[in-house]
Design a binder for this molecule. Sequence first.
Ligand code: PFF
Length: 460
Amino acid sequence: MSVDRGSWSSKFGFILAAAGSAVGLGNIWKFPYITGENGGGVFVLIYLVSVAIVGIPIMISEVVIGRASQKSPVGAFSFLAGENSSWKFVGMLGVASGFIILSYYSVVAGWALNYTFMSLTNFFDGKTAEQISGTFNTLYSSAGINLFWHSVFMILTAAVVVAGVKKGIERWNRILMPILILMFIIFAVFSIFLSGWKEAVEFVFYPHIDKLKPSGVLEALGHAFFTLSLGMGAMLTYGSYLDKKTNIPQAAIYVSLLDTAVALLACMVMFPVIFTYGFNPQAGPGLVFQTFPVIFGEIGRAGMLLSFILFTLLVFAALSSAVSLLEVVTSYFIDEKGWDRKKATLITAGAVFLFGIPSALSGTGLLFPEWQTMYGKNFFDTFDYLASNWMLPLGGLFISIYVGWAMDPALRKAEFETGGNFSKSWYYKTWLFFLKFIAPLAVIAVILQRVGIIDFDILF
Ligand code: PFF
C-alpha cells in the first residue's frame, strides 16, 4: 500500500505554499479589527513579539516533525514516538481542529465571495453607509445566500486539494501569493495620499503603553497561532512534502515575515481609510465588509474595480489557507487509511460542508435556535472559540513539549541544521531554549487566563 504522497518542486514552492496557508482571513479580516479593538500600536508590538518568540520556534518544530517523519500529523507522531504512544492524540487533535476551523472559515470566505460578486454588479455605487451595513446584516441572516456561497467555496477548496501537492496547492499559490502581496503594496501606497494616513501610522505603530490590557497580550499571542497556521499540524503536513535539502529555520522565518508583512499592509490599507472617513476603529468583525464598500461606493466606477480587486484578494487568501486546513484532514485518510486522494478529498470536503451548515445558518435562527441560550454563543462563534482559543494553543503546547523534551535529540538537530550553514551552534541552542521554556510557558499563561485561574487584568 504505497501511495505517492507528492512533494514540493522547490524550497520556493514550499515557502509560497506555507505562506499561502498562513496568509488568510486571519491577516486581512481579523488582524485589523482586533488591532482596532485593542488600542493599536501596543497590541501590534506584542503580536510581533509573540510571532518572534513563540510562533517562529513552533513553526520550525512543526516542519521538523513533518520532514523527519514524511507523514501527516497522526502518522508522524506514531512514526516518531511509537505506534502505541499517546502523542498520536496530538495529531488527532490537529485533524479535528482542521475540520472544525474549515467548517466556519468557509462561511466567512463565502461572505468574501458574495462581496466580490456584489462588486461586479456595481452594487455599492451611491449607497449610504447605513444601506451598506444593512446589506451585511441581510447577508448574515439569509439562509440561502450563506449556504450557496459556503458550498461554492468548499467546492473551490476541494478542487485545489484534489489536484494534489504540486499541481494543485503549489501551482495555485505560485500564482496567487505574489499577486496578493503586490496588490496590497499598491493599495498601501495609494492610502499614503489619504488625509488620515499620518493618524493611521501613529495608531498602528506607536505603542501607547497606557492602552496595554493584559487580556490584549493574551489575545495577541493566541492570534499568532491562528495567523501562522500553527498548533494543528498544517505546517507539519506541508513539511512532510519538503525535500531534505531545504533549510527549515530560514524557510520558517521567511514565511512568518511574509505573513506579518501582509497583516501590517492590511492595517496600512484599512486604517488610513478609517481615519480619513471618520469610522470607528473598533467596529469589530464587520470592518472589512461594512467599511470598505462605503468608500468604494463613493468613487463610482473606479470604486467598483477596486472593490472587486480587494474582495477577490480576500477570497484568494482564504482559499490558500482553506486548502491547508483541508489538506490536514485529507492527508490523514490518504496516509492512515490508504484512500486515494480523490476519494479522501471528496468525502472529507463533503463532511466539512455538512458540519459548516449550522455555522452558515447561525445568523438565521433556523437551525438549533436554542444553541445560543444553551451555550452563550451561536454555533459559529462556539466553534471558532473552541478551535482558536483551545485547540490550537493546546496543540502548539504539545508540539513544543514533544520537540523540546521528548524527540530524539540527534534527529531534531539534524533536521534543524540540514541545508543550512550552521557553523554557529547558538542558532540551534537559541531555538531550543525558546522551544523548551518560553513557548510552553507563554501558552500555559494563555490557557490559565482562559480558564480563569489567573486574571492578568487584576495582577497588573
Ligand atoms: N492562518 C490562516 C489565517 O490567518 O487565515 C488560518 C489557518 C489556516 C489557521 C490553517 C490554521 C491552519 F492550520
